[in-house]
Design a protein around this ligand. Structure first.
Ligand SMILES: *[C@@H]1O[C@H](CO)[C@@H](O)[C@H](O)[C@H]1NC(C)=O
Ligand SMILES: *[C@@H]1O[C@H](CO)[C@@H](O)[C@H](O)[C@H]1NC(C)=O
Ligand SMILES: *[C@@H]1O[C@H](CO)[C@@H](O)[C@H](O)[C@H]1NC(C)=O
Ligand SMILES: *[C@@H]1O[C@H](CO)[C@@H](O)[C@H](O)[C@H]1NC(C)=O
Ligand SMILES: *[C@@H]1O[C@H](CO)[C@@H](O)[C@H](O)[C@H]1NC(C)=O
Ligand SMILES: *[C@@H]1O[C@H](CO)[C@@H](O)[C@H](O)[C@H]1NC(C)=O
Length: 664
């Protein structure tokens, strides 16, 4: 009896569908869903904004507008940054606020500046800090941050205090150790230390890895549960686990995307922004990374919401993920609430609805097909999406809404004429419903919010390669930044240095300052290195004045055709021209200094400036010391091309000056 009447209802339902399309209800009568916490971008993890700071105005401000300005572009709700730890964290190193135990400086690197610029544009933006690596002293030399948890907690809390004291930045959330082990005792101590310094408003995210095992421990341990405010998972593939829901904590995709920012990348972003809530009840999604501002040949080139990797030309590209972000961010704010009526569309795709609980309604619909929305990870199981007509019925608080603003994006893979974030005529609501005809690979926003805009700056200058003639004597510096333009540190940290006692020509120099192997995130090289220039360079002369500071054991190099950075920096090949404080020199085809092409005595020592010059032309290479030829060699198993570089033979102080490049 029951069954047969259900069948009748089902058949009627099907017929109804067949004629009019599929029906969906948007209603708040039976309660609401979770509170929305925002969409964000991640600068760092590592050094992903390195080249952004070297853009000239007005381009740099324009890029920042596309990222942060409300009602303009991505209009991000969240900015997450790396707490620099002096170690390699994917595309470079970021400097720590405490290189040494008795050292504190809250003006290093560019994350402080970036947070200030974001706040300037959107005072409400949520700020998050997370360490990837730590200076070596934090672990007393061991590659582990939890043996002295009070030191680690103090180190992290100092960063939060410095943000307020020197930049008037209130950090909202702090994390544990990116994608590495957590330690319950440390998390509780971090909570205790924050509270002790009056930072009880700063919340803790754990553990920026997988849902488990943190969820397991939070369920077991009441004190740990009290310390943790948000469960943050990385690359969750839009799903969560039952136990995470059981904790009743906020669930975030605290790092996601990481996909090349072409249209498939935009499609990935569109799909996960909706489905992280629909499938996994995640209320924030943060893109790694914010802006692709690092040399594209480093790992994960162009995996940002937009591309700004040419400070020398001023060229940047506002990629599709910026406009996909706008579909949500410009029509909602953190603190809005998801409706319970969210879900999948019958012919593929998904919809979410959010409200400010004050009568405003925003609906975001995506119909991304499988092949046009694959993210870098995890693997995406097959699914079907086909064109469909959908009717949405507005009920509860929304029954009296009379029209909705309509914005549309269409990824057009056939004609290659996509349309992003286009304002269409508002949709009139008649009889409490509206109908849309959805094609595949589309994104729609329908909203009572009327303030959205597709912001635009004049086109930036055209793209151009890195200049073939390049010089830096480190005398002209931007006081806002501690690093020289375009140098991308891959192990160690290279900072501007002023020698106040030097009456000679080397008062202003570039100095490598990391003197102890950090608590690493990947396997940094045993040498320090900063790369610069164009990865395609083959024939080149690199010249630099060098100053070894460590007597007897110190050493420095200049290099060309350096072929690897990021997590592969240990295995870099190229031509490396080294001089040592013991009076020797050598030329090797690897950063490890193992494959020797030439070696000999040259006479250098510490505390004296020398000029090194390295030339590569076709199959041969040669070097000069203080302007005189020193060696000449053929080249065996040397990469065909790569960056120029400077570096040191260990974690030691050393200086560089009058750097110049002549590339062919
Ligand atoms: C910041 O938030 C407040 C309170 O929600 C709001 O009134 C204000 O308009 C917001 N400012 C911006 C720039 O979004
Ligand atoms: C929507 O939000 C605006 C402010 O953004 C507010 O003025 C308005 O009253 C809200 N409600 C409706 C139904 O539009
Ligand atoms: C959607 O409705 C229109 C008529 O309004 C019809 O022509 C079209 O075939 C329908 N599309 C689908 C996929 O059912
Ligand atoms: C600073 O310059 C003086 C004088 O040239 C030199 O003796 C000293 O080693 C330099 N100090 C550093 C840290 O470079
Ligand atoms: C090196 O730079 C100094 C200024 O820092 C300058 O006086 C000197 O001429 C430069 N030397 C060379 C060889 O370019
Ligand atoms: C480098 O020099 C060699 C030998 O002169 C030449 O064959 C090659 O084309 C040059 N490469 C570039 C990129 O100019």
């Amino acid at each position: 009896m029951m069954l047969s009447s259900l069948v009748v209802v089902y058949v009627m339902f099907m017929c109804f569908h067949f004629s009019l399309g599929d029906n969906y209800v948007l209603d708040d009568k039976s309660g609401l869903g979770r509170t929305f916490d925002g969409i964000g971008g991640l600068s760092g993890g590592g050094a992903t904004s390195r080249l952004l700071v070297n853009y000239a105005e007005p381009y740099r401000s324009q890029i920042l507008d596309y990222l942060f300005k409300p009602n303009f572009g991505a209009s991000l709700h969240i900015l997450k940054v790396e707490i620099g730890g002096d170690a390699q964290t994917t595309d470079g190193t970021e400097p720590s606020h405490m290189h040494y135990e008795n050292d504190e400086n809250y003006f290093r690197g560019y994350e402080w500046w970036l947070m200030r610029e974001a706040k300037k544009r959107n005072p409400n933006i949520t700020l998050i800090g997370l360490p990837w690596a730590f200076p070596g002293w934090v672990g007393h030399g061991k590659n582990w941050p939890y043996d002295f948890p009070d030191i680690t907690a103090y180190y992290v809390v100092s960063w939060v205090i410095g943000a307020k004291q020197y930049h008037n930045l209130d950090i909202d959330y702090i994390g544990i150790w990116n994608e590495r082990n957590f330690d319950g005792k440390y998390i509780k101590l971090l909570r205790y230390t924050l509270d002790k310094y009056g930072l009880d408003k700063v919340k803790i995210i754990a553990s920026d890895n997988l849902w488990e095992p943190i969820t397991f421990y939070v369920l077991q341990d009441g004190e740990l549960s009290d310390a943790v405010d948000v469960l943050g998972a990385h690359y969750p593939g839009t799903t969560t686990v039952i136990d995470a829901l059981k904790t009743e904590k906020k669930l975030w995709s605290s790092e996601d995307y990481s996909t090349f920012n072409d249209e498939v990348g935009g499609g990935c972003w569109a799909r996960i922004l909706n489905q992280n809530y629909v499938n996994g009840r995640m209320t924030a999604t943060i893109s790694w990374n914010l802006v692709a501002s690092y040399y594209e040949s480093l790992p994960f080139g162009r995996d940002g919401l937009m591309t700004a990797e040419e400070p020398w030309s001023g060229n940047y590209v506002v990629e599709s993920p910026i406009w996909i972000t706008a579909h949500t961010t410009q029509f909602t704010q953190p603190g809005w609430t998801y409706l319970q009526t969210v879900g999948h569309l019958k012919n593929g795709g998904s919809y979410v609805a959010l409200t400010d609980r004050n009568g405003n309604l925003t609906v975001v619909i995506e119909t991304m097909t499988h092949d046009h929305s694959v993210c870098i990870r995890p693997p995406l199981l097959p699914f079907e999406v086909t064109p469909q007509n959908v009717t949405f019925y507005l009920k509860g608080s929304f029954a009296s809404v009379s029209q909705l603003q309509l914005w549309k994006s269409r990824f057009d893979f056939k004609t290659k004429k996509p349309v992003f974030f286009q304002k269409l005529d508002p949709v009139k609501i008649s009889d409490g419903s509206f109908t849309l005809s959805l094609d595949v690979d589309e994104v729609y926003t329908l909203s009572t919010i009327t303030t959205a805009q597709r912001g635009a700056h004049p086109d930036p200058p055209p793209s151009a390669p890195f200049p073939k003639l390049y010089k830096d004597d480190f005398n002209v510096r931007n006081p806002q930044f501690t690093e020289a333009p375009d140098f991308a540190d891959q192990t160690g940290v290279f900072e501007y240095f002023i020698n106040l006692t030097d009456p000679g020509p080397h008062v202003f120099t570039l100095r490598q300052v990391v003197t102890q192997r950090p608590i690493t995130w990947v396997t940094d090289a045993d040498q320090t290195i900063s790369v610069i220039g164009d990865y395609s360079w083959q024939n080149i002369t690199v010249t630099c004045d060098v100053f070894i500071e460590t007597a007897k054991t110190g050493g420095v190099f200049i290099a060309a055709r350096v072929d690897k950075g990021g997590g592969n920096v240990r295995n870099s090949k190229g031509i490396f021209f080294w001089v040592f404080a013991d009076g020797t020199y050598k030329v090797t085809s690897d950063i490890k200094g193992e494959t020797v092409l030439v070696k000999g005595k040259s006479g250098p020592s510490s505390d004296i400036w020398y000029t090194l010059s390295l030339t590569i032309k076709g199959d041969s290479t040669s070097g000069m010391l203080n302007g005189s030829p020193l060696w000449k060699s053929g080249m065996v198993s040397v990469p065909k091309n790569g960056w120029a570089a400077v570096g040191t033979s260990s974690f030691e102080l050393a200086q560089f000056d009058n750097f110049s490049i002549e590339a062919e």
